[in-house]
Every structure is written in structure tokens, then in C-alpha cells.
Design a binder for this molecule. Sequence first.
Ligand code: DNO
Length: 400
Amino acid sequence: MRESWRWFGPNDPVTLDDIRQTGATDVVSALHDVPTGDVWTVDEIRQYKSNIESGNDEHSPLTWSVVESIPVHEDVKLGRDGCETYIDSWITSMENLAKCGVKIICYNFMPVIDWTRTDLGYRLSSGAYALRFDQKKFAAFDLFILRRANAEADYSKIEIAEAKNIYSTLSLDERDELTNNIIAGLPGKMTDSYTLADFRKALAQYENVGHKELRANLYRFLAKVLPRAEALGVRLAIHPDDPPRDMLGLPRVICTAEDLDKLFTDQPNPANGITLCVGTYGSRPDNDLPAMARRFGSRIHFAHLRGVSRDADEQRSFYEANHLDSDIDMVSVVRELLAEERQRAQASDGTGNEIFIRPDHGHQMMDDIGKAVNPGYSGIGRLKGLAEVRGVIRALSATM
Ligand code: DNO
């Protein structure tokens, strides 16, 4: 298992020196400043990589091993005429990364919005803060702030009444904050930031794009990208839609084991793989994470480890719980990943069999509190998650 850590670049308050102290050996990052659709040049990649790896002679070495993510242009998701140019640029970026030795690429295919939460400072009984997705608050945004056309059709009468009630209790600042969380996006998002008016326009573009069309557009993208990836030894790792279901009238197609079956049936190339984002898939009660880790083992090119705790009365709402204490059986997931690594080692020459994991999102706790951190990407909270998971890995490895 290779322990990696997401780094947002030189402005990340959690620095490369901090990462070294966590014991992680690999960095997960992206050229965040390159506009979506533009090529990542070899020079830019090399410079970024050498920045990450510059202290390696004197300190514990860090390697930029995983890209999270090369954004996919909205025109590709929409299947618009001319989107081939954006697919070609994506492929060129991938080729350039491969030239520099970065060969695991996470990406997603979520229309308009990337990962989404309603609360970025949800207070836990311990005093630490977590991220939360509250379905009722989200409905309040959709129905009464965004006022999306035909949104009522997606909610029951009771849900509309609850959303109205919540909306009326939110202060103006809270409404702004909720809006901002959803339309401006969260760190690492691979979509644009919008004003409310632009957001409505972006959603409207998908009027005639349903699941079938979005899937076809994803598969068309992959049919072009995968043969080149395979030739270069690059492994692609699609990130699931977070939360894993349709939202705001948009189709989402990487949410369940069934979605993954469809993906691999259509595009069986071995370079086609997934980011097993345990917390994302686990925010649906019908996703059995240890079973998914087993079933899609050979397709897991990257894993995000984090837990979620769903509300008892509304399973679509959740907060991000401790890495080991959540609705997800993390120990069993890790056991499956270790078993997969063993199998790979036996089947090959032993190289390239390790699975890259990273502690996904951490709580804001202790000295994280009051600091400007990227929501979900605190230093101490993630360190706690990594340390706990590392303990599980060591203990299981000793007995397997
Ligand atoms: C959130 C992340 C996402 C993820 C992208 C992958 O914490 O998991 O931003 O990086 O969706 O493309």
C-alpha cells in the first residue's frame, strides 16, 4: 500500500514539509492553474514535479505519483460538436504526464458540479468540525434559492414543505454561505465557479442529456483515451459522483456497482479503472464497500479512505465521520485492498502492484481550528485518519 497525500500546490497551508512528517511518501496533485481544456505542457509538469521532489536529497523523499485530476471539459460531457479537440488536449496532457513518470490519473465525469456539501463546519460532539451534506438544506437551495425550473417535480410534497421550513429559518448570511458552497465549489473541484444566473444556464445545457447520453459521452471519451493510456502504462481512475446520485436535475452515472459494471462492459481495457472513494460510495446504503472492493479489485487504481455516517431518518444526509468509526467497515475494505495487492504481486513480476491510498478529508481539530484550511483538507484531521488507517494496514498485513 502506498500512502499518499493530497497537496493543492504552493498555496496549500499544509506544506510539503508537513506532508513529510505524516509519513506519506507520495503526493497527489494537479496543475490547478491550467484552465480546463488546455494542455498541460511537459515543462509545466516537470517544474511542478521538481518543486515537489526538490527536498528529496536532504529529507524523506516525496514523489508526485498521482494526478487528481485532469478536468474534463464540459463540452465533452455534453457530447458537443468539436469536443474532440478537448479530448485530444486531455490525451496530450496524459502523454506529457507519462513522459514525466506520473502515471495514475484520477478524473471525474460529473456535469456542472463536482463534489458538494451543504455545511463545511459541522460541529461534532468532540468539538472538532466535519463536512456534512444535508439533503433538506440542499432541497431548500434547489427550490427556494436557485428556484430551478421544474425542481418541484423532483421532491414530494412533504420534502417541499420541509425545505420551505428550513429556508425560512436560514439567515441571509446562511443562505449566501449555502449558495456559495454549492455553486462556487469546494477545493479540488474540476468544474467552474458560477453566479446563480450562470449556474442556471449551465444546468439548462443538460436539458436533453440524460443517463443514456451522458454514459455514451463518457464511453466515447474513454474509447479514445484508453488505448493510448494502455500503451503508455497509464492507469485511469474515475472518481465517483459525490454524493452518488442525480442532483439538480443532472444525470450522474458513476454512483453504484451497477454503474461500474456498465462502465467495464463497455470499456474493458485494463487501463480503465476507478478511484475507490470509500466515503463517496458509502454515502449510499445500497453500496456495500468491502464487496465492491473485492469485486472491482483489479480495477482499483487509487483509493480514497474516509468514513461517513448517514442520518437515521434521512439516508441521503450524512456527515463525514472518523475514518474507522462510520457506517463503512473500513477494516474490511483495507483487508480487501491488501488481498488484491497480494494477487497482483503473484500474477506479475511484483512491480506496480501497490495500491495508492490517501486519507480523504479530515476533521478540523486542535490546531486546525481557526486556521485557513481547504475544507476537508486539514493537516491534523487528515493525519489522524492516515495514522489510524496505517495501524489497520500494519495489523492486517502481519496476519494475512
Ligand atoms: C474531494 C475530491 C474531489 C475529487 C474530484 C476527482 O474531496 O474527492 O474533488 O478530487 O472529483 O476528479
